[in-house]
Design a protein around this ligand. Structure first.
Ligand code: TYD
Length: 134
């Protein structure tokens, strides 16, 4: 499945704003793990891997960043700059996290616990696996 943006439906009133995310509803999988990236900087890119099974949704809850996604044929770029906008990335998509604004915070919800065997960390290995799959 291609990556897509999810409108996280902000609830705003005079006190401020709130976003609630429910596994299996707001995001299309049960959430097994949440992590967040912070103390980011524009000079420090991250990611540069794909997952074999894992699905995730990324939300830049503070600041902004660019997420480049690549299915082995096409590359696309998403600018994440809103706490009410999620980016779904499914299995077998190479991702690069670039241009973090100073102090940006990127929240990630994932469908699986952390396991290194689910990672493809070399772009050449990623292309080989995608092409082998047809
Ligand atoms: P890494 O995969 O390099 O992060 P990114 O994809 O943002 O570039 O992970 C950084 C370190 O954190 C690495 O030692 C693995 C570890 N880690 C965990 O222990 N649990 C996790 O859920 C994640 C995502 C990473």
């Amino acid at each position: 499945m291609e990556p897509f943006l999810i409108d996280l439906k902000e609830k705003r009133d005079e006190r401020g704003a709130l976003v609630a995310i429910e596994g299996g509803d707001t995001v299309p999988f049960q959430i097994a793990r949440v992590y967040y990236l912070y103390d980011t900087s524009p000079e420090r890119d991250r990611g540069f891997h794909a997952h074999r099974e894992l699905e995730q949704v990324l939300v830049c809850v503070h600041g902004s960043c660019e997420i480049v996604v690549d299915d082995g044929r096409f590359r696309r770029s998403f600018d994440l700059a809103r706490p009410d906008c999620g980016l779904y990335i499914g299995p077998n998509i190479w991702r690069e996290m670039l241009r973090f604004s100073q102090g940006a915070v990127l929240l990630v919800m994932a469908s699986m616990h952390y396991t290194e065997s689910d990672y493809i960390r070399s772009y050449n290995d990623f292309l080989a696996e995608v092409r082998a799959r047809g």
